[in-house]
Design a protein around this ligand. Structure first.
Ligand code: C2E
Ligand code: CA
Ligand code: CA
Length: 575
């Protein structure tokens, strides 16, 4: 072998070696001319792009790499990096390439310039990082989405809201934030279990998603709270959407509880608060808080939807002022009780009254309980209020007894009192000092109060029942406790909520609900009182359905203590 031949062989050997090495790389390696067209490429490049080197680099028909970009952002990134590399600044970046419409790779590219006699070229090394990228995306998704419903979570809502606010500020537009809270969700979750609760939340998320436009952003803020972000909204549009959501949430949700039983249907309902950028807040945090405040206002007013108004804030000076005044009102006896007669339907005799509190406010006049009981319930003040009511009611009962009017007395206990382990002992003391037999006092507790911290409530109810006081479930039918569940509690009476009774005469569904409630309650040995008996038709229907007692405007509205005696004389109802 001659030296020259050996030299040629050597360089061929090295070239072949280099080529083999080039082709064996897992990365795509290719060289582009200054017009971004292929000059040389390795096997991996050919595999990725589904084209041979020959096809990619054919003289006069060299293909530009830009043919393999399909998303604009990736192509822009590439062009910028390529130009910088040509200027002598090597670049490294990530982008999508699309060998075919169906196939996309997420790659990390390193681009750098090579100077050779023929001119400047760019060498590209591209590594397929699709898998790690997908994992990263999945992690990111997990951190920003709720795993149950797949909706964005509070964190993402906040980020997105801040982003949309920045854009809106620029464009001089408004943004609406709609916050909604399911009305009876906690009861369902507590009584029927988390599995049912979860399935309801999923259905509810789907319903919400379908309802809003694509441009709106739906998130789960946590628990049973959801949010909808609406760009370019005015107050009227935002409230319209809120009302549409409300209507949709009031449609029954159906759940397959068990294969033997047909679909169970649940009525949930929601309460909605609306806050707008810029008038109600300039950043995401403030807007979220104010939409919440509006939602609590809607709950308090039972209005379904409320737009934020400055001053509703729990911590607003007005609210704090009212709270301070209420504290004083309790000690200064500004509260008064009105009493509503309760009539035994079979005998038409008046058997008792329910004490209903009002606030004789020095400047605002006589305030209904809706204006201050919820406020007291949000603070510990409700316990003092309930205790004040019990004492005042027992005093009235003593006064009437002296006039020969002997009545059962019903008082309402809020959830705060139902969590008060000392209430039973305190009641015994009150009964003793006012010389009222325990059996003549009845406490009314709502289903939802019994569902809040059920264990504590059961303990307190058991102690109460042991004192001999009778216990009634108030507003029955509006919560989700089943009668079977209530059977396990020491209860004596069911008060059917007035919403079912008021329209009984015109509404067959309501009559049916009242009918079956009475049947079931009687089977379980509960007496039944119907509230909201407003007319003679409901009275007759209730009588036919063997309801035990009635209360409502058909008989009398609640009246001051001193009015009761005269009313008994003139009303025609006997004692
Ligand atoms: P509630 O216990 O369900 O009381 C019945 C409410 O229905 C009373 O309203 C009563 O005036 C009203 N009502 C009575 N008959 C009829 C009727 O035929 N038709 C209609 N549409 N309504 C009728 P009020 O006095 O405004 O009380 C509202 C709620 O405030 C009560 O609902 C109760 O939850 C709460 N509350 C009232 N007094 C007290 C109290 O002393 N302590 C506590 N913790 N809560 C109270
Ligand atoms: Ca009541
Ligand atoms: Ca009631």
């Amino acid at each position: 072998m001659s030296n020259t031949t050996s030299g040629n062989d050597d360089s061929k050997f090295y070239l072949d070696l280099l080529r083999a090495y080039f082709d064996s790389a897992n990365d795509a390696i290719f060289v582009l001319c200054d017009e971004r067209k292929f000059l040389v490429c390795n096997r991996t490049t050919q595999d990725w792009l589904g084209a041979t080197e020959e096809e990619l680099t054919r003289h006069n028909q060299r293909m530009p790499i830009t043919d393999f970009f399909r998303d604009e952002d990736s192509e822009q990134r590439f062009r910028k990096a390529f130009d910088a590399a040509l200027q002598g600044e090597p670049q490294r970046f990530e982008c999508h390439i699309h060998p075919s419409p169906e196939r996309a790779l997420w790659v990390e590219m390193s681009v750098s310039r090579v100077n050779v006699a023929a001119g400047d070229m760019v060498i590209v090394v591209a590594r397929d990082i699709s898998q790690t990228h997908a994992q990263q995306l999945a992690l990111q998704h997990q951190a920003t989405h709720d795993s149950l419903t797949g909706l964005p979570n509070r964190q993402l809502l906040q980020d997105r809201l801040n982003h949309i606010i920045r854009e809106a500020r620029h464009a001089g537009e408004r943004v609406a934030l709609i916050t909604l809270d399911l009305d009876r969700f906690k009861d369902i979750n507590n009584t029927l279990g988390h599995d049912v609760g979860d399935r309801l939340l999923v259905q509810m998320a789907t319903r919400l998603r379908q309802l809003v436009e694509r441009s709106a952003f739906v998130a789960r803020e946590g628990g049973d709270e959801f949010a909808v972000l609406m760009p370019r909204a005015d107050p009227e549009q935002a409230q319209q959407l809120a009302r549409r959501i409300l209507v949709a949430m009031e449609q029954p949700f159906e759940i397959d509880m068990d294969s033997d039983v047909p679909l169970q249907s649940f009525l949930l309902g929601a309460t909605i608060g609306v806050a707008l950028f810029p008038e109600h807040g300039a950043d995401a945090g403030t807007l979220i808080r104010h939409a919440d405040v509006a939602m609590y206002q809607a709950k308090r007013l039972n209005s379904g939807v409320a737009l934020y108004e400055p001053g509703q804030d729990q911590h607003s000076p007005e609210r704090l002022g009212l709270l301070g005044e209420l504290r004083r009102a309790i000690s200064d006896n500004e509260l008064v009780l009105h009493y509503q007669p309760i009539i035994d339907i079979a005998t038409r005799r008046m058997t008792g009254v329910e004490a209903l509190v009002r606030w004789n406010h020095p400047t605002r006049g006589l305030l209904a309980p809706d204006h201050f009981v919820p406020l007291a319930e949000h603070t510990g003040l409700i316990r003092s209020l309930d205790r004040w009511v019990v004492q005042a009611a027992l005093r009235s009962r003593q006064d009437w007894a002296r006039q020969g009017i002997d009545l059962d007395m019903s008082v309402n206990l809020s959830v705060g009192s139902l969590q008060d382990v000392l209430i039973a002992e305190w009641l015994i003391e009150q009964l003793r000092s006012s010389k009222v037999a325990a059996g003549r006092l009845q406490v009314e507790v709502t289903e939802s109060a019994m569902m809040t911290e059920p264990e504590r409530a059961v303990e307190v109810l058991t102690r109460l029942a042991a004192t001999g006081v009778s216990i009634a479930v108030d507003d029955f039918g509006t919560g989700y406790s089943s009668l079977a569940y209530l059977k396990r509690l020491p209860l004596h009476k069911i008060k059917i909520d007035k919403s079912f009774v008021i329209n009984m005469a015109e509404n067959d569904d309501d009559t049916m609900i009242v009918h079956s409630t009475i049947e079931l309650a009687h089977n379980l040995n509960f007496a039944v009182v119907a509230e909201g008996v407003e007319n003679a038709q409901s009275w007759s229907l209730l009588k036919a359905l063997r309801c035990d007692a009635a209360q409502g405007l058909h008989i009398a509205k609640a009246m001051p203590a001193e009015a009761l005696g005269p009313w008994i004389k003139t009303s025609g109802w006997k004692l």
